[in-house]
Design a protein around this ligand. Structure first.
Ligand code: SF4
Length: 678
């Protein structure tokens, strides 16, 4: 019998509602949900293709253990016994700092909560991280310092309530298409659109103002804009006086960023800087959305704090239509952060270095918790290379494709004594594993996702998982039993969620029945905001007054030179998501976008005598790939862009793992390369 199960799209962080059409245990299609508060009856082409991400023939359906160069099928008991033996040996003989876990931004909150609880209570380590490290960790760190909370301040619907929209370092028409379409609609309805991006994106083409800055000069531009606004007295004086600290410090620190100097650094002409500063500061409500063109730099946290400085002096925070809005990439990257899958934070952003927080969780969980500061995912990679890290469990992530400097990542993972990968399909990382465990996909389990607007929504099981696939929280519960650990005996996902609610103040007034009734609730959802919070900071900031924190421009770690004359930046394409392990299973999406390409300005193509679709090699100091050129003025001379979705043209062979000192975010947006005609 055909039925439709309401759930949430498994791709980007927009969190669109989808109805999963199923016949028996097969998902046969999807349909949009007209009453959904975010998507309102729309889906992008990825959402329409979500059914292809479920019953694929290459699913891993039973535990597997490495045998020589391949794998053999194993029972759950045999696989879990091996995991117990390896992880407990290294925990007990080399210390809890030598073992760790990577959780999954595509899995549910319930899965992520269980994973970090296992790391902290069973492995006694804070070595727990996930892919937010390489997308929005600077947003969490930067906005927590300036505003006291590291998430999107507004709702997606606020795009339609703004009179000025700023899109900074991202292209939502490609990465968050429903938000991209909301922005286009708002522009058509009369909102002013301003884009800040080195590339001439689709939105830049229709924008009223496009500041086409040089790659890696965000802080200089933002300091310059703040300077212009303060010099001319265009700041929101009442807002700043009442709600913001340290204006004088800021004024002094950024005085050196004169428009002329900023033009020299960024390439943005003085008159365009003044035009942007005037329009933004005079707006009634300015909605600023940003993406990884802000965060994926060695200055990622500084970039985020600079954006916050600009919004705060203009009073564009804490009201409908006006805010600072990091567009989170994966369907549940917000939730994985909310659940404490970060080395320094427990669920609900409670600080792991606070003894009172550790005591609270030790009491709630009825056991001791890890005391040693945790490592980030890239820190764990470095420790592996130093032979100081021995056993790692990865849930649903593919660092071989997604982390910078692929050759080094592969070398690091190969040094492990035990690599466990919990996956739907045999990814590049799973192929290096000692044990592979089969995972259920989003359509095969119950739980919740948190979208980028902090909306926690129900994910519902439409079909049974194939073979022996399980939800990650079930895998963790079985593993905990093998380790003799208590506190993991949940009967269903609702029991996991109820435990989450009991220890996570920002979720404290949520429950499955309330989420069902309301089509999702936006955190904080607690005594002060029992029905959730569509807009943050309306009356106060969690830190009292917001902080202006002056920062200075840092050059990118690597710059073009004679040997490697181009800057290369990584981008997302509309038809794919992440490393492509799900979208590339869809024949429809594959047909539209079958392979990786290199985007190059006509002037550069002409200089190198390259024509459209010419085959080329691209070489950096770390690696080499072959691809084809697309000649386009979407990139300026000297800048190349490359999508990162394709394992057959892996951009991370080339990228640089130089890191932001605060968050250890690698500089995926800038490295130096040369192009070799083939
Ligand atoms: Fe899915 Fe994102 Fe597309 Fe919405 S915009 S349908 S959440 S991929």
């Amino acid at each position: 019998m055909i039925k439709t199960t309401p759930s949430v799209c498994p791709y980007c962080g927009t969190g669109c509602g989808i109805g999963l059409r199923s016949d028996g245990d097969k998902v046969i299609g999807v349909e949009p949900i007209s009453s959904h508060p975010i998507s309102k009856g729309r889906l992008c082409s990825k959402g329409w293709s979500a059914a292809f991400a479920t019953g694929h023939e290459n699913r891993v359906t039973s535990p597997m253990i490495r045998e020589g160069e391949g794998f053999r099928k194993a029972s759950w008991d045999e696989a879990l016994t091996l995991i117990h033996e390896k992880f407990s040996y290294h925990r007990d003989h080399h210390g809890p700092e030598t073992v760790g876990m990577i959780s999954c931004a595509r899995a549910t909150n319930e899965d992520n909560y269980a994973i970090q609880k296992f790391a902290r209570t069973v492995l006694k380590t804070n070595n727990i991280d996930h892919c937010a490290r390489i997308c929005h960790s600077p947003s969490v760190a930067g906005l927590q310092q300036t505003l006291g909370s590291g998430a999107m301040t507004n709702s997606i619907a606020d795009v339609g309530k703004a009179d000025v929209i700023v899109v900074f370092g991202c292209d939502p028409t490609e990465s968050h298409s429903i938000i991209g379409s909301d922005i286009m609609k708002a522009k058509e309805a009369g909102a002013l659109l301003m884009v800040v991006d080195p590339r001439r994106t689709r939105l830049a083409e229709i924008a009223d103002v496009h500041l086409q800055l040089r790659l890696g000069t965000n802080v200089a531009l933002l300091n310059g804009l703040v300077n212009i606004i303060l010099e001319r007295g265009w700041e929101d004086k009442a807002f700043v006086a009442e709600r913001v600290d340290d204006l004088d410090v800021m004024r002094k620190a950024i005085a050196e960023y004169t428009p002329e100097r900023v033009e020299e650094i960024t390439g943005v002409p003085v008159d365009q800087q003044i035009q942007f500063a005037r329009l933004y500061s005079h707006a009634r409500a300015a909605f600023l959305a940003y993406g990884m063109g802000v965060t994926q730099y060695v200055s990622g946290t500084n970039n985020v704090m600079s954006i916050s400085n600009l919004a705060l002096i203009c009073g564009h925070v804490g009201k409908q239509g006006a805010g600072i809005n990091p567009l989170r990439g994966q369907n549940n990257v917000q939730g994985a952060c909310d659940m404490g899958c970060l080395p320094c934070q427990y669920p609900g952003y409670q600080q792991a270095n606070d003894p009172a927080v550790r005591d609270k969780f030790a009491k709630a969980w009825g056991t001791t918790v890890g005391q040693i500061p945790g490592m980030t995912s890239l820190g764990m990679n470095e420790a592996m290379l130093d032979d100081a890290f021995h056993a790692l469990m990865i849930f649903g992530e593919d660092p071989v494709l997604t982390d910078p400097d692929q050759n080094q990542v592969t070398k690091a993972l190969k040094k492990l004594d035990c690599l466990v990968v919990v996956e739907m399909v045999m990814t590049e990382t799973a192929q290096l594993a000692d044990v592979v465990l089969p995972a259920a996909c989003f359509a095969e389990k119950n739980g919740t996702f948190a979208s980028c607007e902090r909306r926690v929504q129900r994910v519902r099981k439409a079909v049974n998982p194939p073979g022996e696939c399980k939800s990650d929280w079930q895998t963790i519960a079985m593993m905990a039993e093998k380790f003799g650990a208590k506190g993991f005996g949940w009967a269903n996902s609702e029991e996991v969620f109820n435990e989450i609610v009991s220890v996570t103040p920002i979720y404290s007034h949520m429950s499955y029945p309330r989420l069902d009734e309301s089509r999702g609730l936006q955190w904080p959802c607690n005594t002060h905001h029992p029905d959730g919070s569509p807009v943050l900071h309306e009356r106060s900031f969690p830190i009292g007054k917001a902080r202006l924190i002056p920062v200075h421009n840092l050059p990118t770690a690597e710059q073009p030179d004679v040997e490697y004359p181009y800057y290369l930046t990584t981008i997302r394409l509309h038809f794919h998501y992440g490393c492509g392990s799900m979208t590339r299973k869809s024949p429809l999406l594959e047909r539209e976008s079958p392979k990786g390409l290199l985007f190059m300005n006509p002037r550069d193509a002409n200089n190198q005598k390259l024509f459209n679709h010419a085959p080329v090699g691209v070489r950096s100091r770390r690696g080499y790939i072959e691809t084809r050129v697309v000649v386009t003025d979407q990139v300026p001379p000297g800048l190349l862009s490359i999508p990162y979705h394709f394992f057959d043209t892996p951009s991370n062979q080339l990228t640089n793992d130089a890191q932001d000192p605060v968050t250890r975010m690698p500089e995926l947006k800038a490295c130096a390369v040369r192009v070799e005609p083939l």
